[in-house]
Design a protein. Structure first.
Length: 160
């Protein structure tokens, strides 16, 4: 997926935890072979070659230009964080879409309304996926007063 400067400027890096930022710093430092505080074209080439890739000159330039918000022809740490935050946001959106699809497949609505039957959910989990979790206990903890599971409870159940 190609990133545009407009997309990158709208990314909030606060989506990243302190631990994730620390890991990004470690990775960035490892990529920044010459200590310039930027990942430059030749450093990017070396990293990609170490990963078994054979990038062409145009590919390297394009990769850098897609994320270089400073216009220096290199990737700064802030650019790097922005790209990592962008991909984390994409992953979270994808996870949410998958949960909605599962909710709908079990009888809920695409707009997250409606509910799914607890017994149906238990049947699918135990027979189709051969999981041995105490779904009734988990669902009772989330929505104790009903045999129906609402979207937020379903999402929380899958997230735990």
């Amino acid at each position: 997926m190609s990133l545009s400067l407009k997309q990158l400027r709208n990314i909030d890096i606060n989506i990243l935890s302190k631990k994730e930022i620390d890991k990004c710093q470690e990775a960035f430092t490892a990529f920044d072979k010459n200590g310039s505080k930027f990942i430059e074209k030749e450093e990017l080439r070396k990293v990609l070659e170490e990963m078994g890739q054979s990038p062409q000159e145009e590919e390297l330039i394009k990769m850098i230009n897609e994320v270089d918000q400073t216009g220096k022809g290199a990737i700064s740490f802030d650019d790097f964080l922005t790209v990592i935050a962008y991909y984390k946001q994409l992953q979270q959106n994808s996870d949410e879409e998958d949960i909605i699809l599962a909710f709908v497949a079990l009888g809920g609505n695409e707009d997250k309304t409606g509910s799914i039957d607890r017994k149906l959910l238990q049947e699918v989990i135990s027979s189709d996926f051969s999981l041995t979790i105490d779904l009734n206990r988990l669902v009772k903890e989330l929505s104790p007063a009903t045999t129906e599971v609402k979207y937020e409870d379903f999402k929380n159940l899958l997230s735990n």
